[in-house]
Design a protein around this ligand. Sequence first.
Ligand code: GRF
Length: 193
Amino acid sequence: MALSTGSNKIKTAVFISGTGSNLKYLIKFSKLQKSPISIKLIVSNNPKSKGLQFGKIFKIKKKIFDFKKNNLVEKKILLELTKNKIELICLAGFMKILSKNFIKKFKGKILNIHPSLLPKFKGLNTHERAIKGKEKYSGCTVHFVNSKLDSGKIILQERVRINKYDTPRNLAKKVLAKEHKLYPKAILKIFSL
Ligand code: GRF
């Protein structure tokens, strides 16, 4: 895929559930000329996501969807994505699992960032498990999303050394700082192929 410029940039939606620091870095990246993406929509399942503030700050449309009505919610999201001509979805700390059907509709166009060196430590509490497992390294992975949790094709990874005194909390901080750089790098990698 070739890099696009200006209004030709790939219309992207970022899905979040919490703080949204990855969203913030993706937005900053999207403003650079070299960025192939332009962020047009922020989706959250959680009205209390701190990350929603970035919609206001950077004037990006945001939408909150109630996942308690599970069978309808994906239809509503798909409608919103179509309405905004979204071509790429970046999951960034999004804590809901999308259905096989939804993923099929956006096949090869959904990315995720995960705070471990996949295939190790899929799912939750990755830092705690990496420390307990006496791993020398943890890290983060950007991958394509397929129908199996945290199992799609890996795009890029970055390692972080685990020290003797690391706690899940401070390891999470160290890994998050790497995530902020890795997500843009992974996007550049796939779209300059
Ligand atoms: C990140 O560590 C991400 O990998 C994980 O949840 C965290 C979200 O952080 N899935 P933020 O909301 O982007 O600050």
